[in-house]
Design a binder for this molecule. Structure first.
Ligand code: UDP
Ligand code: MG
Length: 310
């Protein structure tokens, strides 16, 4: 253990060759300005471009850079987790490689930490250079997860945040596989506060979160932090049972008091289709939770490290 490191900056990297040199330069400049003992922990999440070579070169000529190479692509949230496991600082900041989280905000985060906060999270007061779809879907996502989750996950806060050593150690005790890191950080408690920042456009390259990954991420977040979807299944079941009961009463009375009960094809098809849909949906929701239980029960390690440089 290198007890004298004050601040570790953890940066997950997945195919970021275009932006890495600029990222290293700006983060380093911001850290030098703070005049504290620091390290930058780059976690390579199985990049297939030249990111690994660039990171090796950083490690060779900058003794404040630590590089963790994962054995394959494990995903953003796991890469963050690996970085937190390898960070040695008294405080740890997680930020993206693409410079959307401005390194210049680090100073304010450190200042807040020094006044006694354990978690200082960045709140995206404004987003620049992102598609209308991304901004809108993110906004809906943050509001939905806040409404559904049992813990008060702050609005518009991503993974850009500072954590004190005890917050990091608390987080590291959580062994869940489907990790929604920002939710888990809220869940651990301690003293938390937010600071506003403007989320800048990507420095270079394209997003590594295509729609498919975004949907999986949102789904993981909701299912990890809420049982609301299960209650939707229950509510649907309840609603359709009541409707079926009412319809049954109507059918019986029609049979008794009315002679116009011949065809009935339309209603039969509607009822069968509706009930079939509700049942499949409910089964699907249960299946999602079951799949997660299965994954957690397997208790596989979260990731494997190929190599650690420095
Ligand atoms: N990232 C990662 N593994 C992945 C996808 C992304 O480590 O499987 C990293 C990526 O290199 C970046 C950060 O996670 O540092 C955020 O990704 P990105 O900027 O593409 O997401 P966006 O800002 O578009 O949501
Ligand atoms: Mg980004």
């Amino acid at each position: 253990m290198n007890a004298e490191i004050e601040l570790s900056v953890v940066i997950p990297v997945y195919n970021e060759e275009e932006v890495l040199p600029e990222c290293h330069k700006r983060v380093k400049a911001a850290l030098e300005a703070l005049e504290l003992a620091y390290e930058i922990v780059f976690v390579n999440d199985g990049s297939s471009d030249s990111s690994v070579e660039i990171l090796r070169a950083f490690a060779e000529r900058d003794r404040f850079v630590r590089v963790v190479l994962l054995s394959r692509n494990f995903g953003h949230q796991i890469a963050i987790t690996a970085g937190l496991d390898h960070a040695r600082g008294a405080a740890v900041v997680v930020m993206d490689a693409d410079l959307q989280d401005p390194p210049e905000v680090l100073g304010e985060m450190v200042a807040r930490w020094r006044t006694g906060f354990d978690v200082v999270y960045g709140v995206r007061a404004q987003r620049e250079g992102e598609s209308a779809f991304k901004t809108a879907s993110a906004s809906i996502f943050y509001r939905l997860i806040r409404a559904l989750a049992a813990v008060d996950i702050p609005l518009d806060a991503g993974d850009f945040r500072l954590m004190s050593r005890r917050a990091v150690d608390a987080l590291r005790q959580i062994e869940e596989r489907h990790r929604f890191v920002r939710g888990l950080v809220t869940w651990i408690g301690f003293r938390q506060t937010g600071i506003d920042y403007v989320r800048e456009p990507r420095g270079a390259g394209v997003t590594k979160y295509p729609l498919r990954k975004m949907l999986i991420f949102a789904f993981d977040a909701i299912v990890s932090f809420s049982s609301a979807p299960l209650r939707v299944a229950t509510a649907l079941g309840l609603f359709s049972s009541l409707a079926a009961f009412g319809y049954g009463a109507y059918a019986v009375s029609a049979k008794l008091f009315n002679d116009r009960v011949v065809s009935g094809w339309t209603s039969t098809v509607i009822v069968v289709a509706f009930l079939g849909g509700v049942q499949l949906l409910s089964l699907g929701i249960i299946g999602e939770y079951l799949g997660r239980i299965y994954n957690e029960a397997k208790a596989r390690p979260l990731y494997f490290v190929d190599e650690v440089l420095q």
